[in-house]
Write a protein that binds this ligand. Sequence first.
Ligand code: C5P
Length: 425
Amino acid sequence: MSTSLFGKRVLLGISAGIAAYKSAHLARLLKKTGCEVRVVLTEGAQAFITPLTLQALTGEPVRTSLLDPEAEAGMGHIELAKWADVVLIAPATADLMARLAHGHADDLLTTLCLATEARCIMAPAMNQAMWRHPATLANAERLESFGWTLLGPDAGDQACGDVGPGRMLEPEDIHARLAATLASLSKPLSHVDRGRSSVARESIDNRDLAGKRVVITAGPTREALDPVRYLSNHSSGKMGYALAAACAARGARVTLVSGPVSLETPAAVERIDVVSAEEMLDAVESALPCDCFIGCAAVADYRSAEVSPQKLKKGNDDADLTLRLTRNPDIVATVAARADRPFTVGFAAETQSLEAHAADKLARKRLDMIVANDVTLAGAGFGSDDNAVTLFWPGEAATQRESLSLQSKQALAEILVDRIAARLA
Ligand code: C5P
């Protein structure tokens, strides 16, 4: 099952919240993953973000009014409602939620929502007291009973200075959850299905890792040669961080052992920063035992046999410099060899013979699953926001496999965590 958003027709509705500025980034993310995006702004939203910004980002005219003869002469509102595979409203204000919960059709966006048979998803955003008001909570319930899926809201600092629930989820999170929600619901929800929305709720409130301990390594390691130089690689850490975020969102207690990267720690994740492979192994061992270990770090296989206490100097002649390297511990294999071994997942970044190398590592390191990717593939792997991978796991007769198409690392992390959670249960 692929959660690729590629080719999905997304009608992005934006209402009048301060979070509307983030919707420009959301539109970009959707476009980047191959969605066709058409934007509808409510009247109030235009005080926060301009139609021109969204038009430039999507390459499509932006609709703002139901009663615009010129726009209706193109794709009319009913055609637009039929065109969409998904209606995604971000941000959805308390007022818009109230109007939708009561079947209003008093502007273009509410009319489209009433007319469409597409999957309807919203990311609420409002002040914490407004979100906690019984009227809003009742509207949220009512919307879910009509088949709406609510993503968030998140809790934390608010633009108004309050702290609490009501923040719109970050665009990356909305994008990943949209992909995961669509993946878990293979067919669009029709009016006939509306009212049976528990499945939608399950897909966003999935806490299937509650009570599980997950340890994840991410990023590169740096192996010092002298006080100023080191051996390392191009790993950005994005895949490991996306996995940590996905596991934490599903209720796991996550320890992220991270090499040097410039990424923010995902919410509710404990992060231990390390530099070298030996430090990474120490930190991992201090975090064990756990239920699942995911070795996503690009650990340097070798380190300098002697770390010079002073900066290495060029000789006066033109002679080459020879460095003697020594093997680093294999962290994932060390974890998999323990008597109390967790479910152990490795990664394999390959430039050739992907399957053969992955199958070899799966067996040699005694892994339960390996996630292999071809790092020569354009737009995927090291440093990129996207990835395409093949999963391998031991089968009864032969190695089993599943290929996952090019998509954001967040969306991919959701699927990988699905596969892991199914085996941890
Ligand atoms: O052997 P290779 O480096 O390709 O294996 C990749 C997998 O092994 C990854 O899961 C990586 O995190 C892990 N690894 C490790 N310790 C090492 C080398 C690799 O945990 N020293």
